[in-house]
Design a protein around this ligand. Structure first.
Ligand code: FAD
Length: 346
């Protein structure tokens, strides 16, 4: 029995009944098939940066994805699921491959990036992923899913919507051979680079600016930064139907004053994305809220919940529920957690 806390960036979670490392794709496939044949509950774990594991742990087999390998074939990069995501981004930036530079500094593995369609600073992996090789646990077969079959959406995908069905074995990316970035679509990043929104910048400059912005928010894992002991953003930004956004604006004006401007960003299908951090702050939760020795809101970013050392998962979930209830009461918006709950439910 080994505590899963040491395998998660939140440093939370009880023991796994069994733990196995898979260093090769065949080993990973065999371990999953075996567990499925025996009816053993299975958790596929990689960097542990997007999971909230119960204090009671996981009553089954945890397989850690530790496969390695990056192959350049016909203009594409095929990358094993266990490769470190940020090492891949750094390598692309060094090699003059554009398309993932804004995703610098995100912890975890390459294989987890399609799961929640990892995104930041106006970019998401769905823009450069062309195919994902998976083990389909529905029939035990290895197959390739084209990007269109992955159902990518904001912080979501078919993998996230049908949890556990597919084990990602490798991801194929097509990047642009170019020394400058894709057009920068995120105002804060454009300002940091000293360029207009929609303009481009050298890849290395974009990576540097993103890493600096992220460090300022405790969003780069750093042993010296207690604010980085988190699962990143704890809540996704709410995506609302136009009528629900109008209702939110009315409530915000009634509560905060007539000239208040609720953040709004266009989302597909005429919906509106708003800012979870803005809602949390305006509902009265400040940075550092919570127990400074256990579980508290990050001192650098309202959207991250952190373990200050003595926390438990139960305390983390209690704080998350307190925040979600406060936002719901103030604004009528239900926040959804971004990380995956293991051994318990939201
Ligand atoms: C400080 C910090 C900052 C972050 N910033 C961002 C950000 O800017 N944008 C963003 O999108 N995310 C962010 N995250 C969240 C996280 O880094 C990403 O979701 C990352 O892709 C998770 O990778 P992982 O290898 O750690 O996954 P894990 O935490 O190990 O797993 C996450 C989920 O994916 C599943 N999974 C993992 N690997 C596989 C596989 N090969 N096949 C099938 N299922 C698999 C697991 O079962 C689990 O359900 C941040 C996290 C932290 C701690």
């Amino acid at each position: 029995m080994r505590g899963l806390a040491e395998l998660t960036t939140l440093r939370l979670g009880g023991p796994a009944e069994r733990l196995a490392d898979a260093f090769g794709e065949a080993e990973l496939v065999a371990a999953v098939r075996e567990a499925d044949a025996a009816g053993v509950p299975l958790l596929v774990l990689a960097g542990g940066s997007n999971v909230v594991v119960a204090d009671a742990g996981f009553p089954g087999l945890v397989v850690r994805v530790r496969t390695r390998g990056v192959a350049a074939t016909g203009g594409a990069l095929e990358v094993a699921a266990g490769e470190d995501w940020d090492e891949l981004v750094a390598r692309c930036v060094r090699s003059g491959l554009a398309g993932v530079e804004c995703l610098s500094g995100i912890p975890g593995s390459v294989g987890a990036t399609p799961i929640q369609n990892v995104g930041a600073y106006g970019q998401e992996v769905a823009e450069t992923i062309v195919a994902v090789r998976v083990l389909d646990r529905a029939d035990g077969e290895v197959r390739e899913l084209a990007a269109a079959e992955c159902g990518f959406a904001y912080r979501s995908s078919a993998f996230k919507r049908t949890p556990g069905r597919w084990v990602v074995l490798a991801v194929r990316f097509v990047l642009a051979e170019r020394a400058v970035s894709a057009p920068i679509r995120y105002a804060e990043l454009a300002r940091a680079l000293g360029i207009e929104e929609g303009a481009t910048a050298p890849l290395a400059d974009v990576r540097g600016a993103v890493l600096a912005l992220r460090r300022g928010k405790g969003m780069v894992i750093d042993a010296a930064d207690t604010d980085s002991v988190s699962a990143g953003s704890f809540f996704t930004n709410p995506v609302l139907a136009a009528a629900d956004f109008a209702a939110l604006e009315a409530r915000a004006r009634a509560r905060l004053g007539g000239d208040v401007r609720v953040p709004r960003f266009p989302a597909p299908g005429g919906e509106v994305k708003t800012s979870a951090a803005w809602l949390i702050e305006r509902a009265g939760f400040t940075r550092g809220h919570g127990d400074p020795a256990a579980i508290a809101v990050s001192a650098k970013h309202t959207l991250a919940l952190t373990n200050r050392g003595a926390g438990t998962t139960a305390q983390l979930v209690a704080l998350a529920r307190e925040i979600a209830a406060g936002v719901e009461e103030a604004f009528g918006v239900a926040l959804e957690p971004e990380p995956v709950f293991v051994g318990h439910a939201w």
